[in-house]
Design a protein around this ligand. Structure first.
Ligand code: PLP
Length: 290
């Protein structure tokens, strides 16, 4: 399943953000989407090495990671269980998870806080389980995301990504550091108070690196929060470029690039690349807003 495939690098052609290059990881797979595919690649390898046939993971009710894990598990002949944060609900994402055969266990927010304890309790009763943290955050995930850099040209001035846990950003920075590139990595945390991302990235790579740049003002109120100007941006962008973006992650990143462009942040000849991390099912979670 995780064959070496290179997602395309495309240049936006039309007026709005014209000239920007986009690494289309959203095209890798419709359900194991974007960075979740990158993250699961080595996680699944590690599970196989340890002879574990049952993935156990965690997420919110609209988690791209849960759908990705459910789909990847089914395709690999593995069992999958997810602890879902909050009261029992049903939505488009969870329907897909169930169809892929994932077992869903809803737990309250307090219990959810201690994921390890939940996992250990569950694992004691079920053999051969493999723990995958929320969003797939792990050293294996960092390794998978670092591979993106090897697929990109070496002369990129600015590379952008959206960040939730910061794992993808850590992988990209690791790739940049290992290859000794001049590329600046611009990270757009989608949560409020995004400075915390530096510490998260720091679990995996050195962050006292001038190539790492955080832009913490594009959260639009916080995780899964939005504002009319972001929704308007999504509508214009999607119609103009024929490329879907999601309100939780990628739209905030593209908005940031557009905004920085207006503020003359970039020099005229600089090469800018945005990593499209996928997550388009996230549109379903906010469909009533459009
Ligand atoms: C999960 C996700 C992210 C965040 O990735 P992290 O590694 O947790 O920072 C970004 N974009 C999309 C589309 C995602 O689904």
């Amino acid at each position: 399943m995780f064959t070496d495939l290179h997602s395309p690098l495309q240049q936006l052609k039309h007026s709005h953000l014209s000239g920007l290059w986009v690494k289309r990881d959203d095209l890798i797979d419709p359900y194991i989407s974007g960075n979740k595919w990158r993250k699961l690649k080595y996680i699944l390898k590690a599970a196989a090495t340890e002879n574990k046939n049952h993935l156990v993971t965690f997420g919110g009710a609209y988690s791209n990671h849960l759908v990705a894990t459910a789909s990847a598990a089914a395709r690999s002949g593995l069992k999958a269980t997810a602890f879902v944060r909050g009261e029992k609900v049903n939505n488009e994402m969870l329907v897909l998870c169930s169809l892929y055969g994932m077992e869903l266990i809803f737990i309250d927010r307090e219990t959810y806080k201690d994921k390890r304890a939940c996992y250990l309790q569950y694992a004691a009763k079920h053999g051969d389980t493999y723990f995958i943290d929320e969003g797939g955050a792990s050293a294996e995930a960092v390794l998978g995301c670092a591979e993106i850099i090897a697929e990109l040209p070496k002369d990129i001035d600015h590379l952008f990504c959206a960040a939730g846990t910061g794992t993808t950003a850590a992988g990209l920075l690791q790739g940049i550091q290992k290859a000794g590139l001049k590329t600046k990595l611009h990270v757009i945390p989608v949560l409020k108070g995004g400075e915390f991302i530096r510490k998260e990235i720091g679990h995996y790579v050195a962050t006292d690196d001038p190539r790492l740049v955080l832009h913490t003002d594009y959260h639009f109120g916080g995780y899964a929060k939005t504002k009319p100007e972001l929704l308007d941006f999504i509508k214009v962008f999607t119609a103009e470029h024929g490329m879907l973006i999601d309100p939780v992650y990628t739209a905030k990143m593209f908005f940031a690039i557009n905004d920085l462009g207006f503020k003359d942040y970039f020099a005229p000849q600089e090469k800018i690349v945005a990593l499209h991390t996928g997550g388009l099912l996230g549109i379903m979670g906010m469909k009533d807003l459009f």
